[in-house]
Design a protein around this ligand. Structure first.
Ligand code: ZN
Length: 286
């Protein structure tokens, strides 16, 4: 769910536009009442967004563009090696980057050391558009290095990278937002794309819910690997967060920054395919 977008051009318009539109919608028709104090929480999450964005720009600004050009020029990466180009290269690149993001998100949940970083994101006691930017800088750095490795392996076109990163950011904002789609739009949407209801389950404090729904753009990966988990779950009853960090004074900004060094949480280290659920439908073992 972490985007390389801070280091790609033209990001400000999409990021700011989506953020403001969804934030306004959440004020007009919020789905859940907030648990945390709204303004301090907004400031905390927005601080992390600005700090992480500035740090990544400083560390990687321009590097992704230069790196992609280098891959194409030297015909590096699988797509360049097999001379795949045009729409086929775009489609393969886009799908592979989404699958790679799914896989790394899964790893963040089942690996205790990685979960230490990722729990900063999951410790948010409310879910809204600001949650999409609430990550520890360590997770941002690790995910960026991983994504650069995937890009080197695939050799996607620059256009595919930009389209994917823009979509990733837009979907992350959309699916974290505190909104309820009208009618059965959410159910229809998630036949193909990750929806707010689906991602809300991922942020539930129930372990069998947290360890499911790892997708960011397409739902096919969760369906394929048996981690799709939304049907039959009562959205009204979902409690956001993780059991170990439910108190407001445990999720202040200074505590978020050192949270990876805290005691081990129970949620990680389990296969999501055998996750149990306190209520609702549980993904069946495969
Ligand atoms: Zn997660």
């Amino acid at each position: 769910m972490i985007s390389l977008f801070p280091v790609l051009p033209s990001r400000t318009g999409i990021a700011a536009g989506g953020f403001i539109a969804l934030l306004a919608l959440e004020q007009l028709a919020p789905f859940k009442k907030p648990v945390d104090r709204r303004l301090p929480r907004y400031l905390r999450n927005v601080f992390l967004m600005v700090f992480n964005g500035a740090a990544m720009q400083w560390l990687f600004g321009g590097a992704i563009i230069a790196f992609t050009a280098f891959l194409a020029e030297h015909q590096l990466g699988l797509l360049n090696h097999f001379h795949v180009s045009g729409p086929a290269a775009f489609a393969v690149s886009f799908l592979t980057l989404d699958l790679a993001t799914y896989a790394f998100h899964w790893a963040y949940h089942v690996s205790p050391p990685l979960w230490r970083l990722h729990r900063v994101h999951h410790s948010d006691l409310d879910l809204d558009v600001t949650s999409a930017s609430r990550f520890h800088i360590g997770e941002i750095l690790l995910s960026t290095i991983y994504r650069i490795g995937v890009i080197a392996y695939i050799g996607p076109t620059f256009g595919a990278i930009v389209a994917f990163e823009a979509s990733l950011l837009a979907f992350a904002q959309f699916e974290h937002s505190n909104i309820k789609l009208p009618g059965d739009w959410d159910r229809r949407l998630r036949w193909v794309l990750v929806s707010p209801d689906m991602h809300r389950v991922h942020h539930s404090d129930v372990r069998g819910h947290t360890n499911s729904n790892y997708g960011t753009i397409f739902t096919c990966w969760d369906r394929l690997f048996g981690t799709f988990n939304v049907d039959g779950i009562d959205q009204e009853r979902i409690k956001i967060g993780i059991p170990e960090y439910q108190k407001l004074d445990e999720v202040t900004l200074p505590k978020l920054l050192v949270m990876p060094l805290g005691p081990r949480c129970q949620v990680a280290g389990r296969s999501p395919l055998i996750a149990e659920s306190a209520y609702g439908k549980t993904p069946s073992p495969v």
